[in-house]
Ligand binder design. Structure first.
Ligand code: 5GP
Ligand code: SF4
Ligand code: MG
Length: 458
């Protein structure tokens, strides 16, 4: 998912419209639903719907004059893809109104929800984020900051939040820092966004990232930083943000995503030693690494596969059925580029292996004589419980097959996966021991949901 928030008293900074643009820039983080909530200091208005940002706000954004807004784009990792599961969530409680957007997955939401239901709480959605809202509204603490702190001391897992009250914009990043959240300045106002590309889009300046375990509170007196209750769990920024999920023009925790991906490609060229006539990418997610591969190896990069611009991230649609039919709609081989050539095809990851197999076949049908596949991440053998939909374990091809069997399954002439050490080397601005690599090495940085071993995240 993607989250956004803005606080501005400047009448020229239409907060709802800026949120719309921000969400548009974060569209790659979720395409199932979108929403914007705004406040003028007294009441709140909200608009949510299923679909892409431009579809949901086809008839405009919330029009009420406002000085705070938050937004959300969703891709479902818990709870079904339904209208009632769209965010931001908005509730009225004894302390006033509160609206909340969440990116990440809580790992103890089920237990907390059962406990809250037994105490009489009613839930309107099936998403884990509603547990946080429920805890906040039930808290007896005096201030909203304290209520949020108290609530978050009970939840485990991954969360980046933007929260709006009548007079405050609050951003929170969980103590392990799984997901990104950054702070920007727009004129005299403040912006929070999952990725810095959203700040660029609205002309805001990136100030810094919200630190793991930090809560930033923005109101008429400025930005204040508070710390969540200390955690003994290690920092665990998601490496998959750099491999696949984030946009290459974003900078997360001072590491450029583009540079990380480009270096992964260079590293891949060094490690694989593969030679061929051309290097091609599976667009768009494989392109930056393919350019790095080409740069390192001296093998020319060519556009061997073309992506239909009008189609989204097919993988992100929840059901397998939709994914299967959409590969050919999404990609086509450029016969004049690949015909008679040996080809190195670079992609960011292999999850189920179904897309990759279809693409290899497509290239062969278009006349490629050899297809050597290079993957800019290690084999994904374990499911993610922290907000990326890398499938349940039984669907992960690397959970049950060795590299040679995977090569045969996808029909490639060779197959090479980037090593974990090579991956770490590609991100010099980050500390390797402060990251999560659990989908590659099963070193889960915080407890996985109970009963998840076989089923995985919903
Ligand atoms: P597969 O060959 O495993 O069926 O598909 C691999 C492709 O899925 C890669 O091109 C990768 O970029 C893409 N992909 C799209 N969305 C996701 C996602 O949410 N997680 C992962 N791991 N890969 C995704
Ligand atoms: Fe990211 Fe993988 Fe960790 Fe999930 S398990 S948070 S995808 S590195
Ligand atoms: Mg891809």
């Amino acid at each position: 998912c993607g989250v956004f928030g803005i606080f501005s008293r400047d009448d020229h900074d239409n907060v709802a419209l800026n949120t719309y643009w921000g969400l548009f820039a974060l569209q790659h983080r979720g395409q199932e639903s979108a929403g914007i909530a705004v406040t003028d200091g007294t009441v709140m208005d909200i608009q949510r719907g299923m679909g892409l940002v431009n579809e949901v706000f086809r008839h405009g954004v919330p029009g009420m004059p406002a000085h705070i807004a938050i937004g959300h784009v969703r891709y479902s990792t818990t709870g079904s893809s339904l209208l009632r599961n769209t965010q931001p969530l908005l509730v009225t409680y004894s302390g006033g109104h509160i609206s909340l957007s969440h990116n990440g997955n809580l790992t103890n939401a089920r237990e907390l929800r059962i406990e809250l239901e037994q105490q009489g709480s009613v839930f309107q959605t099936s998403i884990d984020s509603e547990v946080i809202v429920n805890l906040i509204s039930r808290s007896n603490k005096a201030t909203v900051e304290e209520r949020i702190m108290e609530s978050l001391s009970r939840v485990k897992g991954a969360y980046c939040l933007t929260v709006m009250t009548e007079d405050k914009l609050i951003g929170v990043r969980d103590p392990q820092g799984f997901r990104p959240l950054c702070i920007g300045r727009l004129h005299d106002g403040w912006v929070l966004a999952s990725e810095s590309c959203a700040l660029d889009t609205i002309g805001a300046e990136l100030i810094r990232d919200v630190e793991p375990g930090e809560m930033v509170v923005i109101d008429d007196t400025g930005l204040h930083s508070l710390s969540l209750a200390p955690s003994d769990r290690r920092k665990a920024l998601c490496v998959f943000e750099y491999i696949y999920f984030a946009r290459p023009d974003s900078v997360i925790d001072r590491q450029s995503v583009h540079q990380a991906r480009f270096s992964m490609g260079r590293q891949l060229a060094k490690e694989s030693g593969f030679k061929a006539d051309i290097v091609i990418s599976v667009p768009d997610s494989g392109t930056t690494a393919a350019l790095g591969f080409s740069c390192e190896s001296g093998i020319p990069f060519a556009e061997g596969l073309l992506k239909n611009r009008y189609i989204g991230r097919t993988f992100i649609q929840p059901e397998q059925k939709k994914r299967d039919t959409s590969v050919r709609l999404k990609l086509n081989a450029v016969s004049s580029v690949v015909k008679g050539k040996s080809v190195i095809m670079v992609d960011d990851s292999i999850v189920r292996g179904t897309t990759s197999g279809k693409i290899v076949r497509m290239l062969k049908e278009a006349g490629a004589v050899k297809v050597h596949m290079c993957v800019s991440s290690p084999p994904i053998g374990f499911p993610c419980f922290y907000g990326i939909d890398t499938a349940v374990r039984k669907e992960l091809i690397a959970a049950s097959k060795q590299v040679e069997d995977i090569r045969q399954f996808i029909g490639a002439d060779s197959l090479y996966y980037l090593s974990l050490e090579g991956l770490m080397r590609a991100m010099p601005a980050l500390r390797p021991d402060a990251m999560c690599y659990a989908c590659f090495n099963s070193d889960y940085p915080c407890a996985t949901p109970s009963g998840a071993e076989t089923g995985g995240a919903e």
